[in-house]
Design a binder for this molecule. Structure first.
Ligand code: COA
Length: 158
């Protein structure tokens, strides 16, 4: 069983420079934050440099305001040989408020690579709680959907 940390939380304030034309946080900026949190989680778990291989089920649930506290939570929910499935949630809210609201969610796949950019084995994550088993099922469902539809989608997109 691995002793690595499977979860990481990042907190910071959204800045005026993060705003789009309507004054809310730019969607692309928020996606970058999700990717950074996922990367920190994946590299921390594997002890390796990692690349993003896949992003799925990305949801923008509500706009994010400038000057709000941003909290990103990334956690390992499934490991393959060299791949790590990670859910990333973004919550935000007033710094004066006790509660943050979930604003975004996605699932990401990171792959650990070596100096030649070849994929390398990562420590195995073993689900133990009911919650962990539910989350691993989510990862495996996304994996199955991607693999079963890949050929079809490749045909459509050429
Ligand atoms: C991700 C990457 C290293 C995989 O390379 P590859 O030659 O397919 O490597 P492998 O065949 O050894 O597969 C490695 C793992 O990646 C997984 N994988 C590869 N592409 C994937 C995708 N699109 N979605 C999900 N998993 C993927 C494989 O299932 C495999 O998982 P496993 O080891 O747990 O069984 C390669 O496609 C790459 O470098 N992509 C570009 C990454 C990038 O630039 N990201 C943006 C900046 S970080």
């Amino acid at each position: 069983m691995s002793t690595q940390k499977r979860e990481i939380t990042l907190r910071f304030l959204s800045q005026p420079t993060d705003a789009n034309f309507s004054g809310k946080v730019h969607g692309g900026t928020a996606m970058k934050w999700l990717d950074e949190a996922g990367y920190a989680c994946a590299s921390g778990w594997s002890g390796r440099y990692c690349v993003t291989a896949f992003v799925g089920n990305i949801n923008f649930r509500q706009p994010i305001s400038v000057g709000h506290l941003i909290e990103l939570n990334a956690r390992i929910i499934h490991t393959g040989k060299s791949s790590m499935y990670i859910t990333v949630d973004l919550s935000s809210g007033e710094t004066t408020s006790e509660q943050l609201t979930k604003a975004m969610h996605c699932i990401m796949v990171f792959v650990a690579i070596d100096e030649n950019r070849a994929s390398v084995q990562v420590p195995c994550w073993v689900p133990s709680s009911e919650e962990d088993l539910r989350l691993e099922k989510y990862a495996l469902t996304i994996k199955e959907l991607r693999e079963s539809k890949k050929h079809e989608l490749d045909l459509i997109m050429g």
